[in-house]
Design a protein around this ligand. Structure first.
Ligand code: GDP
Ligand code: MG
Length: 696
């Protein structure tokens, strides 16, 4: 069968690739899997064009010398999949910055078509671009588009169909990088050509350029080939790079980048006129307030606090609808399935377990919606800018603020969207430190436990204790980041300059799409991993079954309690009682409840209810349970405080763990996260309990 021509959309983040992709493909799209690429890449079929084309929406990238996973994915795609045409989506209102990538695509030699997008914004700013001249100077066809309105996409489709059908060869454009680098390049290129290194993937000149830049990804790639002659080429590249360094007194990477910028500046000078050039942009004026050292943080706090309050306000009704739906389902299944293990498994394992997690969906949806608003308007970048100095002290990046806040920076978030929000971080170490630390924040699931224990032991200082716990979770999470960044994740912080993209009015369609994509990811998890884990937790808390002779004479809550005690989870709770008791004051009932909390933190409360023969306590109404705990021997304010600290810190719930696996791409880091958090929790709770007991 003849291969369909493949057209890839590349460009800076937020240049409008996805909008153009949607306009080109309509609804015929899906997420594609490529071996070795973890970032999602969407594919679709172009709307009726002749010939038919496959269109691919690559992740956003500023440069083909990659820093972030997105950039690695985009570049690897280009090299390994060898598309027939790249449509480079360029933000016309930011021509200089965008054209940098153009130079790199031209170096790669891939047949190129420029979509000059955001023409509407460029016009509003009074920027004029001479498209014909741009096309002549670059030697690349240019089409003007307004992606979110679909303007120009028909022309783009036609042009793309025409260009891609010829399956033309890749011809790199020779830019000049100054005499020292050019000489070095020519020598390397010759060596590469003679040895035939990677010859079916990339042009020798491109490879020479990468190696001269000492790009670590490319070097690793060549090393992995173990091809004959590769060793000598790598050695030569290193020597040549050193030579250029001596001559120019600058890294080759810098020398080459300077020449690319020079080229871009030259192009822009010839094709662009803008009466409003200077600093008078609206954005600059707004930024005088919003990134002002005094006003900025005040506005930021108000905005974030307002968004958070609003999220909870608008999602409270839908959350209760979802909950009552699962309540209804619970009842129906109970009626339909005859008494026995199947009923117990379906109702208590599957429906209640998944229901508990899906109950969060409306909340998560609105949270994602507002994150998308912050991102699309450009305000997120300002928040990162404001927080950067503080966060750097803890080895993080300003953008880490968002995962922290979403995970529960203002008590009540959720670590699942929080961890997913860490995708915007470019440096893997900063990203991992963020991912591993945000589960310490106070998510909504921990609140019922706090509420129960506060009502039982600290009812006179309720507000104060809750506020203290919020502060405490920040302290723990930030210290954890610092700890990780100075041990297992030690390394330089990114030198990457914080971008302040111009403010923009987001389009509803893009906001909804962003929201839906992320929510769907979460739902898929709930459908698979979480379902399995819920059933597994149910089994652990049900089997082995209490033998007949021991169940005799027991009924209702008593029976439930004895059965729980006899189960695997109950036995595990007993087994560690000898350790947890003296250290933290936790008896087996507390232990089994904490084990149950792995399914979802709310479960701690209902399991405590069962363990104390109070029936399954409702998370909303725990008055009777807290009264019971208050008078229970072994319970006292110190032990309750230790338990609060332990719940705040110990292993994340299964949904979070699943997302950690997904986002780090590693079982190792997932395991590390479980152990690390639980050890920190154990140490802290022991400290609180021991010191507290000594003092009182
Ligand atoms: P991507 O990150 O490159 O995939 O960019 P998106 O397609 O997600 O677009 C980012 C934002 O810019 C969205 O809010 C779009 O609606 C908006 N957008 C895309 N193209 C245009 C355009 O030509 N003009 C304007 N004003 N907005 C656009
Ligand atoms: Mg996109």
């Amino acid at each position: 069968m003849k291969r369909l021509p493949v057209v890839a959309l590349a460009g800076n983040p937020n240049s409008g690739k996805t909008s153009i992709f949607n306009a080109m493909t309509g609804s015929r799209q899906h997420v594609a899997n490529y071996p070795g690429i973890t970032v999602e890449i969407k594919e679709g079929e172009a709307r009726s064009t002749e010939p038919h084309m496959r269109v691919v929406d690559l992740p956003g990238t500023y440069s083909l010398t990659p820093y972030s996973p997105d950039e690695v994915a985009a570049r690897d795609y280009l090299l390994d999949q060898h598309p027939d045409l790249v449509i480079h989506v360029v933000d016309a209102s930011n021509l200089e910055r965008n054209l940098y990538l153009t130079t790199q695509l031209m170096e790669l030699g891939v047949p190129l078509l420029l979509a000059l997008n955001m023409m509407d914004i460029a016009e509003i700013r009074g920027i004029r671009i001479d498209t014909d001249k741009l096309s002549r100077v670059l030697g690349v066809p240019v089409v003007r588009t307004v992606g979110n309105r679909g303007t120009g996409t028909e022309e783009l489709l036609a042009k793309a169909a025409e260009m891609s059908s010829s399956h033309s060869d890749w011809v790199p454009v020779d830019l000049t990088y100054g005499s020292s680098s050019d000489r070095a390049l020519a020598m390397l290129e010759k060596m590469i050509r003679e040895c035939g290194l990677l010859k079916d993937k990339v042009h020798p000149r491109w490879l020479a350029l990468r190696l001269l830049e000492q790009d670590s990804h490319t070097i690793e790639r060549v090393e992995r080939l173990e091809a004959e002659g590769a060793e000598e080429i790598l050695d030569a590249a290193e020597k040549l790079a050193e030579q250029v360094f001596r001559e120019m007194n600058d890294e080759t990477e810098g020398v080459i980048a300077d020449h690319r910028y020079g080229f871009v500046a030259g192009v822009v000078k010839r094709v662009k006129t803008s009466p409003l050039e200077s600093r008078l942009y609206m954005s600059d004026r707004i930024d005088r307030f919003l990134t002002n050292p005094v006003l900025g943080p005040v506005v930021m706090t108000l905005v974030l606090f307002g968004l958070f309050q609003f999220t909870f306000a608008v999602s409270s009704a839908p959350v209760s609808w979802v909950e009552s739906f699962f309540g209804w389902l619970h009842g129906v299944a109970w009626e339909l399935i005859p008494e026995g293990f199947l009923r117990s498994m379906v109702v208590s394992g599957a429906i209640d377990g998944v229901g508990g997690v899906v109950g969060f969906v409306p909340l998560i949806m609105f949270m994602f919606f507002f994150i998308a608003v912050l991102e699309d308007t450009g305000y997120m970048a300002r928040i990162a800018f404001l927080m950067d100095r503080l966060f750097r002290k803890f080895g993080l990046h300003g953008s880490s603020i968002v995962p922290f806040i979403v995970s529960g920076g203002i008590t009540g978030g959720c670590a699942v969207p929080g961890i997913m929000a860490a995708r915007t971080l470019r440096d893997p170490k900063e990203r991992f430190a963020t991912i591993l630390s945000v589960p310490f924040m106070n998510c909504g699931g921990k609140l019922p436990i706090y509420a129960l224990l506060i009502a039982a032991f600290f009812s006179s200082h309720e507000g104060f204790v809750l506020f203290g716990l919020t502060i405490l979770s920040w302290v723990f999470a930030m210290s954890s980041a610092k700890l990780l960044r100075s041990t297992v994740l030690r390394g330089e912080s990114t030198s990457f300059v914080l971008e302040l993209p111009p403010y923009r009015l987001p389009s509803m369609k893009s906001l909804l799409l962003h929201m839906w994509e992320r929510t769907w990811l979460y739902l898929k998890k709930a459908g698979t991993v979480i379902l399995l884990a819920s059933v597994l937790m149910w089994a652990l808390m049900t089997f082995p079954v209490l033998p007949e002779d021991r169940a005799e004479g027991l009924s209702g809550d008593e029976l439930a309690r004895e059965s729980l005690s006899y189960s695997v989870a109950g036995r595990a709770g007993r087994a560690v009682e000898n350790v947890t008791g003296p250290l933290m004051g936790f008896d087996w009932k507390v232990n089994v409840a904490l084990i149950g909390g792995f399914a979802a933190k709310e479960i701690v409360v209902s399991t405590l209810g069962t363990a104390y023969s109070m029936g399954e306590a409702e998370a909303e109404d725990t008055t009777s349970l807290s009264e019971r705990l208050r008078v229970e021997p072994g319970w006292n304010p110190i032990m309750a405080l230790a338990l609060v600290i332990f719940t705040m810190l110990y292993m994340p719930c299964v949904a979070t763990v699943a997302v950690i696996k997904r986002e780090t791409g590693s079982w190792g880091w997932m395991g590390f996260s479980i152990l690390y958090t639980t050890i920190v929790a154990g140490v802290m709770a022991t400290l609180v309990y021991q010191v507290g007991m000594l003092v009182t």
